[in-house]
Design a binder for this molecule. Sequence first.
Ligand code: HEC
Length: 225
Amino acid sequence: MRIAMKLLSACMLFWLVGGAYAAGMALNKVEVSVDLPALERGADTVIDTCTVCHSLKYIRFRDLAGLGFAKDKVQAWRGDSPMGSVIASKMTVDSALLAFGAVPPDLSLIAKAREGGENYVYSFLLGFYAAPDGMMTNHYFPGTKMPDALGIAGVTDAAQRALLEQKARDVTSFLVWAADPHAQERQTLGYYVIGYLLLLTTLLYFLKRRIWARLNTIQQNQHKE
Ligand code: HEC
């Protein structure tokens, strides 16, 4: 009975929270990619377009090389900046504030910093539209000061839309990588650790058998005496 009550209240809570969430516009779900080509397309857009206004202050060009992008690609991205420098914004905070009335946030951790994570970033990028009064706004951030960077608001046909969705997905994938650049290394390390533990377990098992075999013989000999 008590379990049934608990289940019931859990369901009620879920329903309430779910209802509150549905009051805003539901986020579009995105399957982010970890493929190098997708991440490279994403990095291209982020560095060409987004860094006009945004920085990625926790990502260095060296990290991009470490991820496996070609040397000349990284070279083209960084221009004259050294490998060790971070991805800076081409705009100062003051001029951004003057131009937009808001500071473009650093994008290194944005995929983790916003509620909804990657789904929010993806939905936000594709959420721009012109309101009836002609002002640009966003379904997921009404009245945002950011311009429609990918140009989704002007799109009329499905093919063009599909292209921009792909672009937003690549950008989001790159930003998800940026928010946790060592996720893949950790996973690989995890496999090594598991392999090592399995090997150790096997060795210990055989060691245990040898020790007990010897103890058993000693015991048997004692019985005989
Ligand atoms: C022309 C300048 C400009 C460009 C280009 C630009 N942004 Fe922004 N962005 C802004 C400004 C300004 C804000 C702050 C908006 C606000 O607070 O109203 C912002 C905010 C954001 C936010 C945070 C929204 C939130 O919930 O607070 C994200 C995510 C974002 N930008 C992603 C991007 C990505 C990805 C690109 C490249 C595809 C990009 N931006 C290109 C100016 C720009």
